[in-house]
Design a protein. Structure first.
Length: 172
């Protein structure tokens, strides 16, 4: 499979995402460099796309994912994987507030901690956090599951509808 490298730098986000979409449509493995923790990278990627972000990314990375496999080498900002319906996202470090917010399917794997409201308003899917999840994680989850291996903050699973929150470790 051919690889395509996208250099983010200070380019306009629309131009960056158009280049990513074009490479995904051609079936290329996409490597994104010089991310500078930019927001809104890799939004609405198609089923089967494979993308790797070197470094850290900002807010909303991988949002509205419909089947892509996304790897983020380091940290991710707020709302990583928000509204995703299918696919996989792996975050190599910390993931900010509202990871997997309103997701409907797929899997998010966070190798570090996740911030507050992880899985807020989930409608399906799975979030696995190797570290601790922040306060109000799982808040108003309708379905899906959160698995936290390092404990949780206060008000975990508050107002939980039918989702599942499994915590190994201390719950504040």
């Amino acid at each position: 499979m051919m690889e395509h490298t996208v250099d983010v730098g200070k380019r306009h986000i629309k131009e960056i995402n158009e280049e990513i979409q074009e490479a995904a449509d051609l079936g290329k493995v996409i490597r994104v460099i010089n991310t500078l923790s930019r927001h809104n990278l890799g939004i609405g990627l198609p089923d089967g796309a494979k993308i790797e972000f070197e470094g850290s990314v900002g807010y909303y990375c991988g949002g509205l994912n419909v089947g892509a496999n996304i790897t983020i080498e380091r940290n991710a900002g707020w709302a990583c994987g928000e509204g995703m319906s299918k696919g996989n996202i792996t975050v190599g470090g910390y993931c900010g507030m509202s990871c997997g917010a309103a997701m409907m399917g797929g899997t998010i794997h966070v190798k570090g901690d996740a911030g507050p409201r992880c899985g807020v308003a989930m409608k399906g899917g799975t979030i696995v956090v190797e570290g601790k999840i922040g306060y109000q994680s799982g808040f108003m989850a309708h379905a899906g599951r959160i698995i936290a291996l390092g404990g949780s903050g206060a008000s975990c699973a508050d107002a939980l509808w039918q989702g599942e929150v499994w915590v190994a470790g201390e719950i504040e």
